[in-house]
Design a protein around this ligand. Structure first.
Ligand SMILES: [Zn+2]
Length: 486
């Protein structure tokens, strides 16, 4: 008996030792970088120009025949007028009518070019929400220290910020060693097929390999990460995939007074319920890169738990599963969205359907999702068919590279209080179209905002502070100058 107790005691000691060592041996991955001074520039004027860009309603509509073509043409002319050096000294190509590709040739042709990208189309403003805006969503108003309107965050800020930085550097006479390309899409909000995707294909057909791609994506976010007080600069290193599956049940139909034991609608409802009860398996590995950058900065308790996922994995998973935003980090999500059955209360459906939207983790593909769905539904009379555009999860860009390092240093220079963290982007960006011609595709916007303000993207009262916009222009300028050191 004594012997057994002794062995248990030893085991507990060894386990505690491992847990403690794992907790205490974290080393910070945050680089120590001196703060960059803000260079002199007329940032007020720049803010005014962003306001002007907002006033041009380049709204993307699902039905592209409804596109306000004049607005897109007006934006292109506005850019020509506003950034004369860019248009004089860089080569511009217009792709599919409205997307813009600029090339600023470097002096060293042996270096792979790099690409800064964004999109100048915006999502519409829900008519019912217009009254809730403090300022006209397409007014480009500057008030209370902010530039207000649709596109100030998503994503005219990127397009205009990059234009400003390049125009500025051209005025200063910079001659870059490495070729810089700029890609500004016109249809990101509806998938980017004619814009970014076409530009990527064009570059691929020319045999271009890009040393680095930087698109919109994560921001410098305050108040988001439990256990971390500092803002976190989220750099997207991959993005989730996108898949719609249609579930279809067919039946004879007829009058509802003598129904079969289960109708086509009932069958679909049951299938949907089974799917909801059987989510795709969770995996902590998709969050691992982010944790490796943030856990060392957390308190003892969190380091203890997150540093020992071999022991606390199930508990951590439960916690992450509890909220939709963290659940989405650890699994391919299942979202039944559209349901259809009979058109009349007393008519049996001859066909009932459901559409389920999946956002895929890297590692899952269409096949594995369909297999999981069919197994969960377990009903041969429900047909599962892919519907519409499918995009796989993008490859994960490595963070142990000079390009990520450069991004890390540049961000720290302008946001010295922020912690850097790579992460998996939940939505889709145009960046995914470029993963075929670059291994280093990052999604980051140099803007600091509070977590509570994220709803403004695609929502009401979208805005960016004049100071925040200034910092992002200075960041792009700095990055363009520093890229020589890549
Ligand atoms: Zn966007």
């Amino acid at each position: 008996m004594k012997k057994v107790l002794f062995v248990i005691l030893i085991l507990i000691l060894v386990l505690s030792g491992i847990v403690l060592v794992n907790t205490l041996t974290f080393t910070s991955r945050q680089l120590d970088v001196a703060e960059q001074p803000m260079p002199d520039y007329d940032y007020e004027e720049a803010a005014y120009r962003l306001g002007e860009a907002v006033r041009i309603p380049t709204i993307s509509t699902e039905d592209t025949t409804l596109r306000d073509v004049a607005a897109f043409e007006a934006f292109i002319r506005f850019a020509e007028r506003t950034y004369p050096l860019v248009h004089r000294q860089l080569e511009r190509e217009i792709v599919n009518g409205y997307s813009l590709l600029f090339t600023w040739p470097g002096t060293d042709a042996s270096l792979d070019p790099w690409l800064l990208m964004g999109h100048y189309d915006v999502v519409p403003v829900e008519p019912s929400s217009v009254a809730n805006w403090d300022y006209d969503p397409f007014g480009g108003v500057i008030a209370d220290g902010y530039i207000w309107g649709r596109g100030t965050l998503d994503d005219k800020i990127t397009v205009m910020g990059v234009f400003e930085a390049v125009e500025w550097l051209l005025a200063e006479g910079l001659e870059p060693k490495r070729t810089l390309q700029l890609a500004f899409g016109h249809d990101e909000e509806i998938g980017g097929e004619k814009g970014a995707k076409a530009i990527a294909s064009l570059l691929e057909s020319r045999g271009v390999r890009l040393a680095m791609v930087l698109d919109e994506g994560g921001l410098v976010i305050e108040g988001e990460m439990p256990g971390i007080d500092a803002p976190v600069a989220m750099i997207g290193t991959s993005e989730k995939g996108y898949l719609n599956l249609e579930l279809i049940a067919e039946d004879e139909g007829g009058h509802s007074s003598m129904p079969p034991s289960i109708t086509a609608s009932g069958r679909i409802a049951r299938a949907v319920a089974r799917l909801q009860e059987n989510p795709m398996p969770a995996s902590l590995s998709a969050g691992a890169p982010m944790f490796s950058y943030l856990v060392p900065e957390m308190g003892f308790g969190q380091r203890l738990a997150l540093g020992n996922t071999w022991l606390f994995g199930p508990v951590i998973r439960k916690q992450l599963e509890a909220s939709p935003s963290t659940n989405a980090i650890i699994r391919t999500t299942t979202a039944p969205t559209m349901l259809a059955g009979s058109q009349k209360p007393n008519v049996l459906p001859s066909r009932a359907t459901a559409v389920v939207n999946f956002r895929l983790l890297p590692g899952d593909d269409m096949e594995s999702v369909v297999r999981h769905v069919e197994r969960s539904i377990d009903d041969p009379l429900v047909v599962v068919e892919p519907m519409g555009a499918f995009s796989p999860a993008s490859p994960v860009s490595d963070t142990e590279t000079p390009a990520f390092d450069l991004l890390h240093r540049s961000i720290k220079g302008f946001y010295p209080q922020a912690y850097i963290a790579p992460y998996l982007v939940m939505g889709a960006t145009d960046a995914r179209h470029f993963t075929g011609i670059s291994d280093q595709v990052f999604r980051f916007m140099p803007v600091q905002i509070h977590n509570d303000d994220l709803v403004r993207l695609h929502g009401t009262n979208e805005r960016v502070s004049v100071q925040g916009y200034a910092r992002s222009i200075a960041f792009y300028r700095h990055l363009i100058m520093e890229i020589e050191n890549l």
